[in-house]
Design a protein around this ligand. Structure first.
Ligand code: PGA
Length: 263
C-alpha cells in the first residue's frame, strides 16, 4: 500500500491524473474504472487539459463506472451518466461504445443485469486502473457499511448518512434516490491497480480507519488492505488522523529511488 500525502485537493487531482495518463500512455487500451462525486473532479479537469494540450488519447480506452442511482435516466442531471458526460466524456475522444455505466433504469431482474455488467468487465479483460473516492462512512462505490467483502455488482440500499450527503446535488425538496446499482467490493478488489482519492476534513476518520484500522465490513474501504497494488492519494485535511506520516513519506522516497514504476 502506498500513501501519498498532498497539500490540497488540487494536488490530489493532479497526481491522480498523472497516474491515469501514464497508464493510458503505457497501454492505450487501458480499462479504467471511474468514479463520480466531488473528489475526482480535479482529476477529470486535469485529464481534459492533458487531452487538449498533449493529445492524451482516450480513443482505445474502455471505461466502467462504479455505480449509478436506481431510478435515474441517463439524461437526468443528477445521474452519474450525466455527470460523466459533463465532466469528462464530452471533452475527450473516448468512444461512446467503450463507455459502461450501470443502468439506473432497469426494473425486474436486477441480478441478471448486474451479472451482465460483471461479464462485460471480464470480456474487456478486467479493470487495469480503478479510481475510487471514499464516503464519510468509509464506503467505496456504494458499498455501504456491512456490505459483504466478497460482494459483486448488485442493487444496494443506501444508508441515511449517504442519502444526506448526496442531497447536496439535488434541488431542495427533490427526492434523493434510496438505492443504487454498484460494483461490489469483490469486483473492485479484482482491478489490477486501485487509486483512492480523498480530500477535506470530513474524510479524515474514514481514511485513518481504511488505512490503519482493522479490515472490517463496517468500513468497506479497509478491504483495500487485501489489494496488492493500492495507492491512497490524500490531502493534508483528509490525512490528518493518520499516525504514520513519516513512514509514508520514507516509503515514497525509497520507492521513487528503488522501484519508480510503482509510482
Ligand atoms: P464525494 O463522494 O467525492 O462527493 O465526497 C465520495 C463517495 O461517497 O464515495
Amino acid at each position: 500500500m502506498l500513501v501519498v500525502l498532498k497539500e490540497n485537493s488540487f494536488e490530489v487531482g493532479r497526481e491522480a491524473a498523472r497516474i491515469v495518463a501514464s497508464s493510458l500512455r503505457a497501454n492505450p487500451k487501458s480499462v479504467l474504472g471511474l468514479a463520480t462525486g466531488s473528489t475526482p473532479l480535479g482529476m477529470y479537469e486535469e485529464l481534459i487539459a492533458l487531452h487538449k494540450s498533449t493529445g492524451l488519447d482516450f480513443s482505445h480506452a474502455t471505461s466502467f463506472n462504479l455505480d449509478e442511482y436506481l431510478g435515474l435516466a441517463p439524461d437526468n442531471p443528477q445521474s452519474f451518466h450525466y455527470f460523466m458526460h459533463e465532466h469528462l466524456f464530452r471533452h475527450v475522444n473516448v468512444k461512446p461504445e467503450n463507455i459502461h455505466i450501470p443502468d439506473g433504469t432497469i426494473t425486474g431482474n436486477y441480478d441478471t443485469y448486474c451479472c451482465s455488467y460483471e461479464q462485460a468487465i471480464r470480456d474487456a479483460g478486467g479493470i487495469d486502473l480503478q479510481i475510487l473516492g471514499i464516503g464519510r462512512n468509509g464506503h467505496i462505490g456504494f458499498n455501504e457499511p456491512t456490505s459483504s467483502l466478497g460482494s459483486r455488482t448488485r442493487l444496494k440500499v443506501l444508508t441515511k448518512e449517504t442519502i444526506d450527503d448526496n442531497r447536496k446535488s439535488f434541488a431542495p425538496g427533490e427526492k434523493v434516490p434510496e438505492c443504487a446499482i454498484t460494483m461490489g467490493i469483490g469486483t473492485i478488489l479484482e482491478a489490477k491497480r486501485v487509486l483512492l482519492l480523498a480530500s477535506g476534513s470530513s474524510k479524515a476518520t474514514s481514511i485513518a480507519q481504511a488505512i490503519e484500522g482493522p479490515v472490517t465490513a463496517s468500513v468497506t474501504a479497509s478491504a483495500l488492505q487485501h489489494h496488492p497494488d493500492v495507492t491512497f492519494i490524500v490531502d493534508q485535511q483528509a490525512g490528518a488522523q493518520l499516525r504514520h506520516h513519516d513512514y509514508y513519506a520514507r516509503v515514497l522516497r525509497l520507492t521513487a529511488e528503488l522501484t519508480p514504476d510503482r509510482l
